[in-house]
Every structure is written in structure tokens, then in C-alpha cells.
Design a protein around this ligand. Structure first.
Ligand code: DAT
Ligand code: MG
Length: 237
């Protein structure tokens, strides 16, 4: 019953918000309003629960006064959505050695357990030409040809992960390029031995991430969604 009320409250909040933004009548900043809404809604929820046990008449009055808090609640919802939209994305690939060694689940779970969100995934065998595009910045290096042969030698798991700081921290989870120099606890440190078979790729900066995501994925292969865990992964006190 109460979850039904909450759902209709959220729907009403969205309607109110779109009406108020159309009229450009925002009186508070989103953050201030969200904070106000949090305090206000906490109070309303308590009083609604208390009254509905003893006096249904009062409960309906509380319900009406609860409605007064809805415009602020609407800001809270959109703040969350805006936060999700701001989160950065990185391109991560499990190379043919990682796939053949049965490390797909192990690698995915390290990103997932950290709190990052998977927004795209597929298994592909890249062509040599595609591998050369992916590693274009290394074309002058002596290992370039062998590297591209290897990447195109078998199935690769291509992924996009999303989260605050995911580009830089994804690289930390992965570890140093040469597994001999990767710290224990990192993916390469724990699961690989030599640089030529270091099992995973991760974008090294915002520009590379953008380029690599658009090389490997069409825009409609990226799925934007709010994960259940998000409200527990993000927050400040
Ligand atoms: P990273 O994969 O850590 O971003 P990179 O971009 O410098 O490292 O190189 C891409 C890949 O090329 C790397 O994962 C493994 C291979 N590689 C790099 N240095 C190498 C070397 N000295 N000998 C052989 N392969 C190398
Ligand atoms: Mg690199």
C-alpha cells in the first residue's frame, strides 16, 4: 500500500517538475531543494505511517500535506538522473588470452564488485584491420604487428563500464602494462605473467575512452539505466 503511494507520488512529482521547468519557475538550486526534500519527506513519511495506524482521516490529510513536498522530491529524482548522466565511461576489453583462459567472469566481477556499472558488452573476433585501428597510436612500435595479429586471433570481450572516475580507476584495477611490474591485487598482477599476454585492455584517458567506445560500439549498443545499487554506491554525508 505504501509503496503504491510512493509510486504515485513519484509520478506526480515528475509531472509537477516538468510543468515547473516549462515555466522556468525554479526557486532553489537543485541540490538545496533536494536536501530540503529529503528532510521534508522523512518527516511526512513518519507522520503518514503514524496516522494511518490510528486515524485514517488524518492519514489522508498527511497525504495531502505530503503532496506539498513533491516539487522538492522531484528535484531529488532529477538530481540522481543528472548524476548518472555525468558519470564517465571507459572501454575495457578482455583479450583472446583472457577469454581462452576462462577469466571472463573473474575480470567482470572485479569491475562489478567495485561498484562500476556495465553499460555495453559483446563478444567479437576483430579483424586485423580493426585491431590496427584500435592500436593506431602504437604503429611505430616494433611489437605493433604481432600485437594486432594477437588481438585479432580469437574472441575478445568488448565492454563499456560507467562510474565516477572509472577511466583512471579502471587502469588501477588492471595494473601496469607489464604483469611483472603490476602490483598483486591488480588483474594483471594476479592473473598474467608476460606483457605479450596481459589479458586485458583499458582506455588510458578521456579522449582515448571516447574514441575507443565509438570504434567498438554503435551508440544504440550503449544502455543507460539506473542500477539498484547506485544509491548505495554513491552518496555523501
Ligand atoms: P596498456 O595495454 O597498458 O595500455 P600500451 O598501450 O602501452 O599498454 O600497449 C598496448 C599493448 O601492447 C599492451 O597491453 C601489451 C603490448 N605491449 C606494450 N608494450 C610492449 C612491449 N614492450 N613488448 C610487447 N608488447 C607490448
Ligand atoms: Mg594503452
Amino acid at each position: 500500500m505504501r509503496s503504491e503511494i510512493c509510486r504515485s507520488a513519484a509520478r506526480a512529482a515528475r509531472t509537477l517538475l516538468s510543468a515547473s521547468t516549462r515555466q522556468s519557475s525554479r526557486a532553489f538550486s537543485g541540490r538545496a531543494a533536494a536536501a530540503a526534500a529529503a528532510v521534508s519527506l522523512r518527516g511526512r513519511a513518519t507522520s503518514l505511517a503514524a496516522h494511518s495506524r490510528v486515524d485514517p482521516g488524518n492519514a489522508s490529510r498527511s497525504w495531502i500535506s505530503g503532496l506539498l513536498a513533491l516539487p522538492a522530491a522531484a528535484y531529488m529524482l532529477t538530481e540522481q538522473e543528472a548524476h548518472a548522466a555525468e558519470l564517465e565511461r571507459t572501454f575495457i576489453a578482455i583479450k583472446p588470452d583472457g577469454v581462452q583462459r576462462g577469466l571472463i567472469a573473474e575480470i567482470i566481477s572485479r569491475f562489478e564488485r567495485k561498484g562500476f556499472k556495465l553499460v555495453a558488452i559483446k563478444i567479437v573476433v576483430p579483424s586485423k584491420d580493426f585491431a590496427q585501428k584500435h592500436y593506431h597510436d602504437l604503429k611505430e612500435r616494433p611489437f605493433f604487428n604481432g600485437l594486432c595479429d594477437f588481438l585479432s586471433s580469437g574472441p575478445v570481450i568488448a565492454m563499456v563500464w560507467e562510474g565516477e572516475g572509472v577511466i583512471k580507476y579502471g587502469r588501477k584495477l588492471i595494473g601496469a602494462t607489464d604483469p611483472q611490474k603490476s602490483e598483486p591485487g591488480t588483474i594483471r598482477g594476479d592473473l598474467a605473467v608476460v606483457v605479450g599476454r596481459n589479458i586485458i585492455h583499458g582506455s588510458d584517458g578521456p579522449e582515448t575512452a571516447k574514441d575507443e567506445i565509438s570504434l567498438w560500439f554503435k551508440p544504440d549498443e550503449l544502455v543507460s539505466y539506473t542500477s539498484n545499487a547506485e544509491k548505495w554506491v554513491y552518496g555523501s554525508n
